[in-house]
Design a protein around this ligand. Structure first.
Ligand SMILES: CC(C)(COP(=O)(O)OP(=O)(O)OC[C@H]1O[C@@H](n2cnc3c(N)ncnc32)[C@H](O)[C@@H]1OP(=O)(O)O)[C@@H](O)C(=O)NCCC(=O)NCCS
Length: 171
């Protein structure tokens, strides 16, 4: 059985209009562009997590159980995915963002489906992620993809704000 999330490029499905969605190992240039864009988006702007911090997170080379991908649609940078594996009897989505002008085009759905397919192919029992309690839109998105609440973690990132741990049991 091959290891999931190897550092290589993947085709992760297609947009609503049928354009190919690709996951590719994160480059320093993409890390900077995506760091700047994500700092202007919720939930990170509400937390005050700035472009420098996000760029630094994205720019670390994949390895040691953390896999960082830039999401592209036919060569255009549209988002970021970071996966931790192994994690808790299955892999964990540490970061998922689709840039605002690409949201609603089925990019997030295709990327999550790719993540689940990788995990299933490797007989992983669970897949995991955390969503911020106030991020109602993302919570509705994950619910629509079949994820379920597993735990609420108060004060994880900021006092007075819950993070909600979501799980999909695969086997
Ligand atoms: C949340 C996010 C990843 C979703 O990705 P996306 O590409 O915009 O979503 P998709 O187009 O793939 O949505 C697929 C399906 O999920 C459902 N869905 C998506 N957003 C929804 C919402 N706000 N309410 C209800 N259902 C929703 C719909 O069924 C949708 O399919 P449809 O439009 O054909 O009905 C993306 O919007 C994003 O990056 N948001 C900002 C950052 C963020 O919150 N990241 C998550 C941090 S945990």
């Amino acid at each position: 059985m091959t290891q999931p999330f190897e550092v290589q490029s993947y085709v992760a499905g297609a947009t609503r209009k049928g354009c190919a969605i690709t996951l590719a190992p994160m480059t320093p240039k993409a890390a900077k562009e995506l760091g700047g864009a994500c700092a202007d988006m919720g939930p990170w702007n509400r937390y005050g997590i700035d472009a420098t911090a996000l760029t630094a997170t994205f720019a670390v080379p994949s390895g040691g159980g953390a896999f960082r991908y830039q999401i592209e649609v036919e060569g255009t940078l549209v988002g970021v995915l970071i996966v931790l594996h192994p994690w808790l009897v299955g892999p964990y989505v540490q970061f998922l963002a689709v840039l605002p002008s690409w949201q609603g085009q089925h990019v997030g759905q295709a990327v999550l489906h790719w993540f689940e397919t990788q995990a299933r192919a490797n007989k992983q029992r669970n897949i995991w992620l955390c969503v911020t309690g106030f991020n109602a839109s993302a919570r509705a998105f994950y619910e629509a993809q079949g994820w379920q609440e597993a735990a609420t973690i108060p004060n994880l990132v900021q006092s007075g704000v819950d993070e909600v741990m979501l799980r999909k049991q695969l086997f």
